[in-house]
Design a protein around this ligand. Structure first.
Ligand SMILES: [Fe+2]
Length: 246
């Protein structure tokens, strides 16, 4: 008896020169991602070896836990750009936005128009893994009233939606775009998340992908997505990410 091994594909096939990773935590010391500038450079260097050269990195903005402001984020971005230049990473293109938790603080920022967008009017938002905010649909409405387009990070990870798939259609109908975490194609976040991701792909509900890289372990696991089958599944989504190239 023999088993057919899934045909593996290098990650450089997934990520061409125009691919932009729109979700990661690479700015040093301001959230649960890169710890310091050395860590930032080491993560970027690893990602470069996978073919990823364009980044819109997205530190958490989350109440008092990660009270990052646009000023803090932009200052850190400049530090990273400077060190990348001095270290000879001239082919790396890095910008910064944020991953906004849809909480009260976010509503305040929205009110003040103090929002960092991925590009144009796209805003990366997330919610708690335990429950959706009580006023979710009001917040989504407010975002759009202000002229922004909400891009919901990793919808497959909200397990409270798993047993009623209609929730996802409702979110899309309310103007949400969906960003798949590439690691959800592995069992990193559990089987339920993987199955939901597969279903959302099948139903064509995703718009973009992101690595959501926080540390080396994520990058080690990312190699697992490198199969021909996965490539076929998300080929179109990978192409969509090129729209963020500046
Ligand atoms: Fe994230």
């Amino acid at each position: 008896m023999f088993f057919l091994k899934e045909k593996s594909v290098p990650l450089t096939t997934f990520f061409n020169d125009s691919f932009v990773d729109i979700h990661s935590h690479l700015l040093p010391g301001i959230d649960d991602g890169a710890k310091n500038i050395e860590h930032t450079i080491s993560l970027i260097s690893k990602m470069k070896s996978y073919g990823i050269k364009n980044f819109i990195t997205t530190p958490h903005v989350l109440g008092d836990v990660y009270p990052n402001t646009s000023i803090i984020i932009n200052e850190k971005l400049e530090v990273v750009r400077d060190v990348l230049n001095k270290s000879g990473y001239n082919d790396i293109n890095i910008n910064a936005a944020a991953e906004y938790m849809m909480d009260e603080k976010f509503s305040e920022l929205l009110e003040k128009n103090d929002i960092l967008t991925l590009k144009e009017n796209f805003v990366l938002v997330e919610m708690s893994y335990f429950n959706a905010p009580y006023n979710l649909y009001e917040v989504l409405f407010e975002i759009q009233l202000k002229g922004y387009k909400p891009v919901l990070a990793h919808p497959e990870r909200y397990i409270f939606y798993h047993n009623d798939f209609q929730n996802y259609y409702k979110l899309k109908k309310s103007g949400c775009l969906f960003q798949l975490n590439l690691l959800s194609l592995t069992e990193q976040y559990g089987k339920g998340v993987k199955n939901t991701a597969e279903k959302l792909i099948k139903e064509n509900l995703y718009d973009f992908v992101g690595t959501d890289t926080h540390h080396e372990n994520h990058l080690r696991l990312l190699k697992k997505i490198g199969t021909k089958k996965n490539y076929k599944k998300i080929e179109n989504l990978l192409k969509n990410n090129t729209k963020f190239l500046i």
